[in-house]
Ligand binder design. Structure first.
Ligand code: MN
Length: 259
């Protein structure tokens, strides 16, 4: 057993004022020395964006509930990079992202800043977990998620995941006594059917607001994250940073341009 507590880096994409972030940081503080580096503004949907063309600033922010609390004017991935290279005293043993308000299951993993922060951790070879709740009420501190969060972290600490992998966890919007358990799943195949609601601003100019709903292309598959959530289970999907399509490498070997 390690002599000192592991360092845990925590971020999110809903911004530093999020209750879900504080809940995750406080849960993690029971297991290690927590450093929060969180975006100054809401960064949902920023995926793996980094700040490369404007000044990136980070400063310590007084926060009663978390001692080492920093705010950054960049994206969730910027927060991870700043944490690793500028703020933390040494390499963390764990990176956590969330708890996000709203699902990050299925195709949403591609858009999510919450998931991207964990992916950035995995790209650095650090065990990383993204947590999202299907509860979208930002006034709810998501305290009922704490036992689930701790159970998953503890198991990952004891049985480490493969290097380059991350975990994407989605928690159903149900009271604790109605959550049926935790299920390892795969991502659901599907897509967002999107529309733009075009409105007028006060000057009479048009602006657009993205709307959409997720189309589940395999609603009867038992092993997907959407099915697990629908049935009242916490959905845990291991994701890989290596998104190479190895099957297509095989089928494309006979392409004329291939040497
Ligand atoms: Mn978010």
């Amino acid at each position: 057993m390690a002599a000192s507590k592991p360092i845990i880096l925590v971020t999110n994409d809903d911004g530093y004022l999020s209750q879900g972030l504080l809940t995750l940081a406080e849960a993690a503080a029971t297991l290690g020395e927590v450093y929060v580096v969180a975006p100054q503004q809401a960064m949902s949907g920023m995926s793996h964006a980094i700040t490369a063309s404007r000044p990136l600033r980070v400063h310590r922010h007084p926060m009663d509930r978390v001692q080492n609390f920093y705010i950054c004017n960049g994206t969730p991935v910027d927060c991870i990079k700043l944490g690793l290279h500028k703020i933390l005293p040494s390499r963390p043993g764990l990176i956590l992202s969330g708890i996000n308000y709203g699902s990050n299951a299925a195709a949403s993993t591609h858009y999510s800043g919450t998931v991207a922060a964990a992916r950035e951790g995995a790209l650095h070879g650090i065990p990383s977990i993204a947590f999202s709740s299907l509860n979208t009420n930002i006034a709810d501190p998501l305290a009922h998620c704490i036992p689930i969060v701790l159970q998953i972290i503890t198991e990952v600490n004891e049985k480490p995941m493969a290097k380059g992998s991350l975990l994407n966890v989605n928690i159903p919007n149900l009271p604790s006594d109605q959550i049926k358990g935790i299920r390892i799943c795969r991502l659901t195949q599907g897509y967002w059917k999107e529309t733009f609601d075009t409105r007028k601003d006060p000057s009479g100019r048009d602006y657009n607001w993205l709307e959409g709903r997720f189309i589940n292309e395999e609603p009867s598959s038992p092993e997907t994250d959407e099915t697990a959530l629908y049935e009242g289970f916490v959905a845990v999907v291991p994701l890989k940073t290596d998104s190479t399509d190895y099957e297509s490498i095989e089928t494309m070997k006979n392409y004329a341009f291939n040497n």
